[in-house]
Design a protein around this ligand. Structure first.
Ligand code: DON
Length: 318
């Protein structure tokens, strides 16, 4: 069975790869502008630990907005769900990931969700610890538990973004003024941009997707990494807000919780489905890397690949 699925995966990667030409790298972070537009890699991991990989699954890339999933879980573990939700809501916006408009239009300007930048910057300020290093460590510790090693850090990407983060700075100042930020502006920004610059590959995020699909249980290391309650909450957020203002289309045409980042990563979490004779019946984690992104900030070839896989293997939860 895995052999056939592996062959199919190669076929879909080959078919979707040229779509990279239609997208662009995230040039607003100059260091990301150098990625290869035609890279496309995927890794699928089953609860038993079977890995099916194709293309550039081992090329390192920075987490970018995928880190918002990890920092949200870490903040819930550090401060409790209700404390976190008093400061960040769980409603989709339909706006761009870095939009500032709702912070001014709604009073009090509580961020709509932790998947947009305003929400994610607020979340970083809630992490345990006083200093940016301590707060970032909360994110690293959770990541280490999930992928079994401490991931590397891309200093160039961080420096590149730190110097150009004018809009994120503006968002952070708004949040500070509204009383939502439990840290100094520059400190919260440093944690947020550093978590975005943590480096992983498609296999690492597939592991993370698998743990989410098993509701916080790591079926490979055989341990509960975070509570089911937190897993359900973040998957709801990924489903409704994870692909930004393309989340509705993604829910309709792929139908699984997912989160993208502007470096071209997409993490997807396929839950167990109990129909007869479908592959990946017990669920799986999927990690994708395809650095050419569309106007929403989502990997153009990666999303198409996920659509094809969802059709072929009936992944949708709907
Ligand atoms: O805040 C930023 O601009 C980036 N570091 C992260 C944004 C991101 O990945 C949005 N995702 N699609």
């Amino acid at each position: 069975m895995n052999f056939i699925e592996g062959e199919n995966l190669d076929r879909w990667v080959k078919q979707c790869r040229p779509l990279g030409r239609k997208g662009r790298c995230a040039e607003y972070i100059p260091a990301l502008g150098e990625s290869n537009l035609l890279d496309l890699g995927v890794c699928i991991i089953t609860p038993e630990g079977v890995e099916i990989k194709s293309g550039e699954w081992d090329v390192p890339f920075t987490l970018q907005s995928i880190s918002k999933v990890i920092s949200f879980i870490a903040a819930c573990l550090d401060r409790g769900i209700s404390y976190v939700l008093e400061r960040v809501d769980v409603e989709p916006t339909g706006d761009a990931f870095n939009s500032i408009v709702r912070l001014e239009m709604n009073k009090p300007g509580r961020p709509f969700n932790p998947m947009i930048n305003a929400g994610a910057i607020t979340i970083t300020s809630l992490l345990n610890g006083e200093s940016p290093e301590q707060k970032l460590n909360s994110v690293y510790e959770l990541l280490e538990k999930m992928i079994g090693r401490r991931p590397t850090f891309n200093e160039r990407v961080f420096q590149s973004e730190w110097k150009t983060a004018n809009r994120n700075r503006a968002l952070a100042y708004y949040l500070k003024e509204g009383g939502f930020l439990e840290a100094e502006v520059e400190d919260a920004l440093e944690v947020y941009l550093k978590q975005c610059s943590i480096e992983v590959n498609a296999k690492d995020i597939a592991r993370m997707g698998l743990i989410l699909s098993q509701n916080g249980y790591d079926s490979i290391q055989k341990k509960q990494v975070f509570p089911k309650e937190v897993a359900k909450l973040i998957k709801g957020l990924m489903m409704t807000c994870g692909m930004y203002n393309a989340s509705g289309k993604f829910a309709a045409f792929v139908g699984v919780p997912a989160k993208s980042g502007v470096s071209g990563g997409v993490i997807a979490s396929v839950p167990a489905r109990y129909e007869q004779k479908i592959p990946f019946q017990m669920g799986c984690g999927i990690g994708i890397y395809g650095p050419a992104i569309d106007e929403f900030g989502n990997s153009i070839a990666g999303v198409e690949l996920l659509k094809n896989l969802a059709d072929e293997w009936d992944f949708s939860i709907f």
